[in-house]
Design a protein around this ligand. Structure first.
Ligand code: NUP
Length: 229
């Protein structure tokens, strides 16, 4: 399993690339991005749209080909009965993923999540879009639950920096906070780090850019100004 913080130190970056939307052949597109962005990007978050376009075998090949340079995170937002979540995590781990994002609202996941060895779990405690009322209303509950689970960390939205700050203040120190919503959804690069996030998840503002290397470089430069590197 790849060392997320070790890779971040080495690359002096806190950027996790979200791969959802592709143009052209998905395998060619992903290949081109991952071959170029390794110096800047710490982790690659694979979303369901990419997996549906490439097929799961294609995703596994990507993980195998680029596994030495990136931490691979599966964002399939698992939300099921504990036995099924346990099986999903075991299969994603077997496929080479280092971590997965899960919904916490089904609750009762203690055993399912603690049984996963060598695979990080990140729980969603709020979502980045404006209408996520139900989750946001239960933010404190979800945070408390996340902190009891002994997982690797949480996903909290860069678009709602107050929630990132509250998550940082509440969670155990060793919990990581991954923040999506930077770029296409409006948050500025570096802003979530300033509020206590450990990593920023960025998708379309890089993947849809003609100059994706330049776009990633600008994100990482902003991040370096915050983390002082
Ligand atoms: O609350 C969330 N918001 C969010 O955007 C939780 C997420 N996991 N994401 C994911 O982050 C979303 O699925 C996408 O893969 C990425 C943001 O991409 P973009 O808006 O930077 O393109």
């Amino acid at each position: 399993m790849r060392d997320l913080l070790g890779l971040a130190e080495r690359k002096k970056s806190r950027l996790i690339l979200a791969l959802d939307f592709v143009s052209g052949d998905p395998a060619v597109f992903a290949d081109r991005l991952l071959a170029a962005l390794e110096p800047l990007v710490v982790g690659v978050k694979v979303g369901l749209p990419l997996a549906l376009r490439m097929g799961f075998r294609g995703v596994c090949e990507l993980v195998e080909r680029y596994g030495s340079g990136y931490y691979f995170l599966a964002d399939f937002k698992l939300a099921d009965i504990p036995d099924v979540v346990r099986e999903e995590l075991a299969l994603l781990s077997e496929a080479g993923f280092d971590g997965s994002i899960v919904h916490l609202f089904p609750m009762g996941l203690e055993e399912a999540l603690s049984g996963v060895r060598g695979h990080d779990v990140f729980g969603l405690v709020a979502m980045s879009h404006a209408g996520s009322r139900l989750l946001d209303e239960h933010f404190e509950d979800l945070l408390r639950y996340a902190s009891r689970l002994g997982i690797r960390g949480v996903v909290a939205p860069a678009t709602k920096p107050g929630l990132v700050a509250r998550a940082r203040a509440f969670l155990p120190e060793d919990y990581l906070i991954l923040s999506p919503g930077v770029g296409a959804q409006g948050a500025e690069p570096g802003s979530a780090l300033r509020h206590g996030a450990t990593f920023e998840i960025v998708g379309r503002s890089i993947t849809a850019s003609e100059d994706y290397y330049g776009a990633a470089e600008r994100v990482v430069e902003s991040q370096r100004r915050v983390i002082g590197e």
